[in-house]
Design a protein around this ligand. Structure first.
Ligand code: SF4
Length: 735
């Protein structure tokens, strides 16, 4: 959909959704078939300002390192040496290998992993899923490297996925603005977005006098902007502090008994744990001080303020849950919210779940998963398909390839297809992933750029950006829809994801893959939505760009409902918020306790390994990237440079000055990066932002600053990605 500005220049309105936590309306100025400028939308509900990444998208479209043609590997894997081939030759090669692997080893030996880069409705995982299911099936991943700890915690505590249209995880703007206290716990929305308007809501709250406290190893930009107090905390010790806060709240009778009695299950068991009746250790502030480094008096004050200054919000990011046993962090947060009555319960969800299933390309079942039992740690809210033990945890891609059936995985894997993703770079332990990739018989990568992963491919197929195709945006919680409109024709010989699958299908012997154009698909989905709910037709949606579906306004649970304790509000076994989770109890795993407990992470500061590698590494998000996207854009590189941040104290003891080149290393890898010396990070911790592209020298030493050189390719027992549980050493590189 476009609006004429002048005869020469058109403005195309579309939607940026770059896996950054935001959704922004974008106005793309096009002249002579080229994008000449990009600016923020200024109309509609989502028109808050775009970030620097969206504004730099023009440079992404025209980046010199974009993959414009199909490529075939000619050098060793990883060397990045390719020859240009025709689409026909590339697709023939891929189809031949897929059929050979299927016929020799079975469909399960084909792995397909897809991430969220440029993800919308048509040109995303469902396009590949349909093709692969029509091919007879494949091995799909389960879980997420983003917030699997939170997904598990929400599943066992509320019986729901996080971001279900219930705002206990996803607070409304009004709630932020009206809060008296906001505790930003490993939460840095100024950088990570988490909703395009999150920072705006916080600014409004600040103006109204809301108190902000930041609990984080870093003095983040969000802390610098909003916080009245910064409480530095050792990585991985959050649950101990939350338990100690609960101890103070229980001891001083600051808890909300009516709320607990009505809405929660298992408080007494948690009380026994925090008071030390269960294990003989009272979870006092002094106990938590010895673990976390936070003074006991500070923990006590924080507990009192949180319990008394209602409404109060424990605003959490995912970082503290991206640790070994990270599920416990989110469970402990939910518990503290519940016992203080700070959980907001709404009478009904904002949007019916079924709408999400309409917003996808339909597909037959995956034959590889048919009749296969669920995993032992399956969650009831997930589908049988996602819970199937035929799947591989996304974090364990490298381990699964290396060990196969002998290591307890569902198959021996031979063929890997990576689409919309740079998982060699983004999953833990790059050197292990390289070994795994070298072991495979064939790797197909569909990509926009010659990424770290693409360098290991046998065939790279060029994918266009979202500014070169049409699609529909439908938000995860079903409330916001919009047309993603093509601004320019695909550059080079790049194709959309759906076009690639469409072209590959007949070579695989599949003749019924697709019978619609992109526009017809969007119209089909919009018509299906209209059958379920009141929804604008395609032409109206096309004219207005965004559509925010107003479902019945969620209302807080009434007093009458509050008294009706028999009413099941949550889809948990008890129908309540399960502080004691019966689902977790049935898993019967010592490291997945039914109540949230502090479990010391591996590679903590107490680990004997800390003698050799004394610094705890954290790998946060970076303002100029969305995961590994945008890393290669010069405009954004000017904004921030990749560096390891180290505290003044740790830098001084190593003779390191700001800007010095340093070596970061542990037993898993080495990288050379500049050092940023700062007071904004607690001693004992170093911070290397995730997403920088692995750029090895001939010895395998990385010069790009890739954080996953150091992380451990292991998951928490319930599946959490553990990128913030790693020890390293940092040394100055002498010139
Ligand atoms: S990358 Fe920036 S502009 Fe694009 S959706 Fe995210 S926050 Fe908005």
């Amino acid at each position: 959909m476009s609006l004429n500005k002048t005869e020469e220049e058109q403005i195309v309105r579309t939607i940026c959704n770059s896996h950054c936590g935001g959704i922004c309306e974008m106005k793309v100025h096009v002249s002579g078939g080229r994008i000449v400028r990009i600016e923020s939308g200024d109309e509609g509900e989502m028109s808050h300002r775009m970030c620097a990444r969206g504004r730099a998208y023009r440079q992404r479209v025209y980046a010199p390192d974009r993959v414009f043609y199909p490529l075939k590997r000619k050098g060793p894997r990883g060397a990045g040496e390719f020859t240009r081939v025709s689409w026909d030759e590339a697709l023939e090669t891929v189809a031949h290998e897929m059929k050979r692997v299927r016929d020799t080893y079975g469909n399960a030996s084909i792995l397909h992993f897809c991430s969220m880069a440029d993800a919308h409705t048509l040109h995303h995982v469902q396009a590949f899923h349909r093709l692969l299911c029509l091919f007879g099936g494949y091995t799909a991943p389960w879980g997420t490297i983003s917030n699997e700890g939170e997904c598990f915690a929400s599943g066992v505590t509320y019986g729901l996925r996080p971001r279900e249209p219930q705002p206990w995880m996803r607070r409304t703007e009004e709630e932020y603005i009206n809060a008296r206290l906001i505790v930003m716990w490993s939460w840095n929305p100024v950088t990570t977005r988490q909703g395009t308007r999150a920072s705006w809501s916080l600014a409004c709250a600040k103006e109204r006098g809301t108190k902000f406290i930041s609990v984080d190893p870093r003095y983040t930009d969000s802390a610098a902007t909003f916080a009245d107090q910064w409480i530095p905390i050792k990585p991985g010790t959050d649950v101990a502090v939350l338990a100690a806060m609960a101890y103070v709240i229980v001891n001083e009778h600051l808890y909300d008994k009516p709320f607990i009695d009505t809405y929660t299950f298992g408080f007494d068991r948690y009380k026994d744990y925090i008071l030390g009746l269960e294990d003989g250790i009272a979870k006092t502030p002094e106990w938590a001080e010895s673990i976390s480094g936070i003074p006991a008096a500070t923990i006590t004050d924080l507990a009192r303020e949180y319990a008394r200054m209602k409404p109060a919000i424990l605003a959490t990011g995912y970082a503290a849950g991206r640790t070994a046993f990270g599920e416990q962090f989110h469970r402990a947060i939910y518990t503290l919210e519940a016992i203080t009555g700070n959980t907001v319960i709404w009478a009904q969800p904002a949007a019916p779940r079924a709408l999400r299933h309409i917003c996808r390309i339909p597909s037959p079942p995956n034959q590889v998963e048919m009749g296969v039992p669920s995993r032992w740690n399956a969650l009831p809210y997930r589908s049988a398909s996602v819970n199937s033990s035929a799947r591989v945890n996304v974090n364990l891609l490298a381990d699964a390839i290396l060990k196969g059936k002998a290591g307890g995985y569902p198959a021996d894997f031979r063929f890997l297809w990576l689409s919309n993703t740079n998982y060699l770079n983004q999953l833990a332990e790059v050197n292990k992933a390289i070994k795994a990739f070298q072991q495979l018989e064939f790797i197909l990568v569909t990509e926009q750029f010659m990424s770290s992963s693409a360098k290991f491919a046998d065939i790279v197929l060029p994918v266009c950006t979202f500014l070169e195709r049409n699609d529909l945006y439908a938000s995860g919680d079903g409330g916001i829809y919009g047309l993603v409109s093509k601004a320019i024709e695909p550059l080079g010989e790049s194709k959309s994801q759906l076009q690639i699958c469409d072209a590959l299908a007949p070579k695989l012997g599949i003749n019924d893959y697709n019978d619609k154009s992109d526009e017809e698909w969007v119209k089909y989905i919009v018509a299906k939505l209209s059958e379920e709910v009141e929804f604008p037709d395609y032409n109206i949606l096309s004219n207005q760009g965004f559509y925010s579906k107003k479902f019945d306004k969620p209302t807080a649970v009434s007093n009458k409902r509050l008294e009706d304790s028999e009413q099941k509000i949550f889809p948990t076994p008890s129908g309540k918020i399960e502080i004691y989770s019966q689902i977790a109890a049935e898993m019967n795993h010592p490291l997945i306790p039914p109540i949230p407990k502090y479990i010391e992470t591996w590679e903590s500061s107490n680990d004997p390994l800390a003698k050799k590698y004394p610094l705890q590494l954290i790998t946060p998000h970076f303002k100029r990237r969305a995961h590994s996207q945008f890393d290669n854009l010069p405009w954004l590189q000017e904004l921030q440079f990749q560096a390891v941040t180290i505290s003044t104290l740790d830098a001084e003891s190593r003779g390191i000055q700001d800007g010095d080149m340093v070596k970061v290393f542990n037993d898993r890898g080495q990288a050379m990066v500049p050092a940023r010396v700062t007071e904004r990070l607690m001693p004992g911790v170093v911070s290397l932002p995730q997403g920088a592209w692995y750029t090895p020298d001939e010895n395998g030493v990385d010069h790009g600053g890739c954080a996953n050189m150091f992380t451990k390719n292991e998951t928490s027992p319930a599946g959490a990605f553990v990128c913030n549980s790693a020890l390293v050493q940092v040394e100055k590189v002498e010139k």
